[in-house]
Design a protein around this ligand. Structure first.
Ligand SMILES: Nc1ncnc2c1ncn2[C@@H]1O[C@H](COP(=O)(O)OP(=O)(O)OP(=O)(O)O)[C@@H](O)[C@H]1O
Ligand SMILES: [Mg+2]
Length: 599
């Protein structure tokens, strides 16, 4: 718990910590107001019970004579009315203060939630590609949407409540000790014991409930994403029941845990109420049998009754907060690791290239590059190659030979385990950002968003900043004109999630247009034309060939004819470059190339 709090304090900034201090100060003021609220009832009641006797209450006596002197009141009845109005006014003020304080707390909590969850998303977006591929989308969605909210609602907020209520209870204890030490000790010992016993009974299972919820949330998200993600396959294979059953089992784990948590949040109130009534009535009996006069008995009981009215919700909230923090520890723990890195990374947002960003691409040089995704299998071995500006490079090889991995290395998405990559003779690591800005990349699996064609092509650009001329040009190059002319809404047609409302080839062409939109100096195409029919591919390649000599082209293709016009073609096999040369040279010399050409 302490460790978690330390970790949380690391993810809060200075301003947040100041706000926490301010909130604690508000709690202290609130606690004092609460005690004063009960405290002023005592003389008020004393006066009502014994109007003639002001003796024990010097202040009241003074106030009375001052009011009479200034002719604000003329008799005791006026004094009653004045005091009643004063008490009512004080309670209004006190509760207005609490409303203000609560508003501030809630705003603070949600501000932290907003910041932490967007920090987390920024961390997931900025982390290395290698880390990213080892993550699970269900886990990411859970952490950003649900767990951060829990951190705030079920951990941070309850901790503040815990502090605030403990303060109030402590101040009440001091006040009551002052009024009647023995009775106070009796009341607080019994009520304190009740809280401890209730908490001890449920704490262990609560912790496991939190962990179970965290686990089952990931599982439930996963089943939704996977079942719907492969919708057609799920339908064709009739596997709906399979996903529903798995989802059900995850949700039922979650509901069991939630049920226990909610019960533990609501049950204590009943025990507490019983405990308070028992304690108060037994106190009355004790006082009665000890021969206390009725007036004193009524007065003490009234004060303890008032305190009890305040203590009951306080104790309940203390227990709820204890339960809640206990329960959410399991949730918060799993999130803290990512949040801590998020905070660290957040402070050094987007590593820029320093003083020497590259503007014009001259050459890319890979020297003895090795790379492996896992410790067991080597994916790229001893790769060395140089790509000069405005040349066209083809990369061919069997499926799984390492072509896409090689591209990822060139793009700076993956860092080699051994070897060096230089762009314009500068280490790629030092110029990564400006290097990536020169590249138009068409990945093997294009992800389109549920938006218009226009927004998908001008990816990540605000609507009003899109260059319509450039848009029209790239749509033409990507052979998309016919499609768009046939659509009622043209470039403003929404293409659905992952581009589900258009064909595979059309999706690929939008990916191509997207890569061309920024007018990149280097165009990297990973099987960019694989989903196109021969005629469309031929037309697209003609357009691309027109770029030859003006742009650097790096293309992977399984159809050898696609790379036919490249200046140099590399043949990759098991992560090694086994051959290189022009199409003609390789056609006669390379065995692997020949087998690929025959496919
Ligand atoms: N994230 C990963 N973790 C572990 N291994 C991976 C990962 N991604 C790819 N691999 C492995 O690395 C090897 C090279 O994969 P790569 O995607 O580079 O092949 P490719 O030549 O592009 O194949 P294709 O023509 O089918 O696209 C494969 O054996 C693949 O199984
Ligand atoms: Mg590939």
């Amino acid at each position: 718990m302490i460790e978690l709090l330390c970790q949380i304090s690391q993810v809060l900034d200075r301003e947040d910590k100041l706000k926490v201090l301010l909130i604690l100060f508000l709690f202290l003021v609130g606690g004092c107001l609460e005690v004063i609220g009960i405290g002023i009832i005592l003389p008020y009641l004393a006066l009502l019970l014994n109007p003639e006797n002001f003796e024990g209450y010097v202040l009241l006596k003074k106030l009375y004579s001052v009011l009479i002197d200034y002719q604000i009141i003329s008799n005791l009845n006026g004094f009653y009315i004045f005091l009643t109005a004063l008490v009512i006014f004080f309670y209004w003020l006190k509760n207005l203060f609490f409303i203000f304080s609560l508003r501030f707390q809630i705003r603070f909590n949600y501000e932290i939630y907003r910041r932490l969850s967007s920090n987390l998303l920024s961390k997931y977006l900025k982390e290395s590609y290698l880390n990213h591929i080892n993550r699970n989308t269900s886990e990411i969605i859970k952490n950003i949407n649900q767990q951060t909210l829990d951190l705030v609602q079920a951990f941070l907020f309850p901790i503040l409540i815990l502090i605030s209520e403990c303060l109030i209870v402590l101040l009440l204890l001091v006040f009551l000790l002052f009024i009647n030490p023995l009775s106070s000790l009796y009341v607080f010992t019994l009520l304190g014991l009740t809280v401890v016993v209730i908490f001890m009974c449920i704490r262990k299972r609560l912790h496991f409930s939190g962990e179970a919820i965290s686990r089952s949330r990931t599982e439930a998200n996963k089943q939704v994403l996977q079942g719907l993600g492969s919708f057609k396959t799920t339908k064709i294979l009739n596997k709906e029941a399979f996903f529903i059953q798995r989802f059900n089992s995850a949700i039922s784990d979650m509901t069991t845990a939630r049920r226990y948590y909610e019960l533990s949040q609501n049950l204590p109130r009943f025990f507490l109420e019983t405990a308070i009534v028992t304690v108060m009535l037994s106190l009355a009996m004790l006082m009665l049998f000890n021969g206390k006069p009725t007036r004193e008995l009524i007065l003490t009981l009234s004060i303890f009754g008032m305190s009890g009215m305040r203590l009951m919700p306080s104790m309940n909230r203390i227990l709820n907060a204890l339960n809640s923090t206990r329960y959410s520890q399991g949730i918060v723990k799993s999130l803290m690791h990512d949040l801590l890195i998020a905070n660290f990374k957040g402070s050094q947002t987007s590593i820029s290239d320093g003083a020497q960003p590259i503007k014009n691409f001259e050459s890319l040089k890979l020297d003895n590059v090795h790379f492996s995704y896992t410790a067991t299998a080597q994916t790229l071995n001893n790769l060395s190659l140089t790509i000069d500006a405005n040349k066209s490079i083809g990369i061919v090889g069997h499926s799984g030979s390492g072509k896409s991995t090689l591209i990822d290395i060139m793009l700076g998405l993956l860092d080699p385990d051994v070897g060096e990559i230089r762009v314009n003779n500068k280490l790629l690591l030092d110029v990564k950002e400006s290097w990536q800005q020169l590249i138009g990349y068409i990945p093997q699996d294009i992800y389109l968003s549920d938006d218009t064609i226009k927004a998908n092509v001008a990816f990540g650009i605000e609507k009003n900043e899109i260059d319509d001329k450039q848009l029209a040009l790239v749509l033409k190059t990507a052979q998309l004109e016919d499609l768009i002319n046939g659509l009622k809404e043209g470039v403003d047609t929404i293409i659905g999630e992952r581009g589900i409302k258009i064909s595979g080839g059309q999706r690929q062409r939008i990916g191509i247009a997207r890569a061309l939109y920024h007018n990149p100096q280097i165009l990297v195409m990973d099987e960019a034309t694989a989903a196109l029919d021969n005629v469309t591919e031929h037309e697209f390649m003609q357009a691309i060939n027109k770029l030859k000599g003006r742009k650097t082209l790096i293309m992977i293709a399984h159809r050898i004819t696609t790379v036919k016009n490249c200046d140099i073609i590399y043949v990759i096999e098991n992560g090694y470059i086994i051959d290189k040369g022009s199409y003609q040279e390789l056609s006669s010399s390379s065995k692997v190339f020949k087998t690929l050409a025959q496919l």
